[in-house]
Write a protein that binds this ligand. Structure first.
Ligand code: UT7
Length: 329
């Protein structure tokens, strides 16, 4: 798809539910401690959706903030892409509910399932479609209610994740006036079904009494393998940007908020100080597809997106699937 129109980001939004789940709360649920969780992950608390909330509820709040920031009525949207692995239900697409509730009357929409890389991948799809001239205004939302697929008897996973949503509106750079899309990457390596996955509910293990008894409808993870993989690809993705643009062009790195130790190890490998990084993992844990856009909006609010400088967003997760999104703010 030839790039004919420069693309930018007109608006950003984020939403997290009110309910806090602290490390002290988790100490009462599984054999863990605040000390272990903080030392191994940097996480102090995470947010949990209220029982009445579904993923589209969270997505809607972030989308409304992004549209308000863009000063764009929902009727002007041509497309809604929802990046999620915890949609309202397996089908129809959660994007259809978001479009209806927003009042995006002329928009099409679909979901994109790439786990923690979902927002970064969906943003590249959006930018490609705007850049080609096929669509003018595309909303990308990363939204997750991971608490609904977590096994709160499994200390290996339940301490790490939380719920939330983030959104961005892609349009022509001329209209957006900021957040120029420079490109990115999308990579995958299959065969990780036993490393990081939700085994049940698909064609491999359809829902049955047996799948419920085996707890297959909860997330499973081999954390150490993911740790090593994440450090390696994070460092490679940022190094690629340095090689092309130079380190002094980088204003901020907003990585997938996976684990503070992974972020620190990758930055050490790159020989770069932590000042380059925006991190909010202590407050939200890992929110999968929502993690990068929540952090992007918070970095924007904190004045960390510097005019003319690069914003580098590396992401990695189940698949394995990894890639990055690159903007010039
Ligand atoms: O977006 C991608 C999603 N994936 C991730 O976010 C996970 C990435 N991986 C990680 O963040 C880390 O690998 C973990 C935080 C999951 C684990 O840290 P680690 O330093 O790799 O610890 P470990 O897996 O080597 O486990 C060390 C010990 C084990 O006990 P033994 O076998 O040495 O006796 C675990 O059973 O820590 C134990 N452990 C815990 N202890 C207290 C595991 N989870 C907990 C826990 N509380 N919550």
């Amino acid at each position: 798809m030839a790039k004919v129109i420069p693309v930018g980001i007109a608006g950003l939004g984020r939403y997290v539910p009110e309910k806090l789940l602290t490390n002290a709360d988790l100490e009462k649920m599984v054999d863990t401690s605040d000390e272990w969780i903080v030392q191994r992950t940097g996480i102090r608390e995470r947010r949990l959706a209220a029982p009445a909330q579904v993923t589209s509820t969270l997505a809607l709040a972030a989308a409304r903030q992004a549209l308000a920031d863009a000063n764009m009525p929902a009727e002007e949207l041509d497309l809604v892409i929802c990046a999620t692995i915890t949609g309202d239900q397996p089908f129809p697409a959660t994007a259809c509910r978001i479009g209806l509730d927003l009042g995006a009357k002329k928009a099409g929409g679909f979901d994109l399932a790439a786990a923690c890389s979902g927002f970064v991948f969906a943003s590249q799809v959006a930018a490609g479609l705007v850049g080609s001239g096929q669509f003018r205004n595309v909303l990308v939302v990363g939204a997750e209610i991971l608490s609904r697929i977590l096994d709160y008897t499994d200390r290996n996973t339940c301490v790490l994740f939380g719920d939330g949503s983030g959104a961005a509106v892609f349009t022509s750079l001329e209209r957006a006036g900021r957040g120029e899309f420079l490109g990115g990457s999308i990579s995958m390596e299959g065969g990780a079904e036993t490393i990081l996955a939700l085994p049940g509910g698909g064609s491999r293990h359809p829902a049955s009494q047996d799948s419920v008894n085996q707890r297959l409808h909860f997330m499973k993870m081999g954390g150490t393998k993911v740790f090593r993989f994440a450090v390696r690809v994070f460092a490679e993705l940022v190094q690629g940007v340095i090689d092309k643009y130079g380190r002094d062009q980088i204003g901020v790195i907003i990585p997938h908020q996976v684990n503070q130790r992974i972020i620190e190890a990758a930055m050490e490998q790159l020989g770069m100080p932590m000042d380059f990084v925006f991190s909010n993992i202590d407050r939200y844990g890992n929110t999968s597809a929502a993690s990068v856009p929540i952090a992007l909006r918070e970095a924007y609010d904190a004045g960390r997106l510097q005019k003319g400088k690069l914003v580098v967003m590396p992401a990695f997760g189940a698949g394995m699937a990894w890639g990055h999104l690159l903007l010039r703010w």
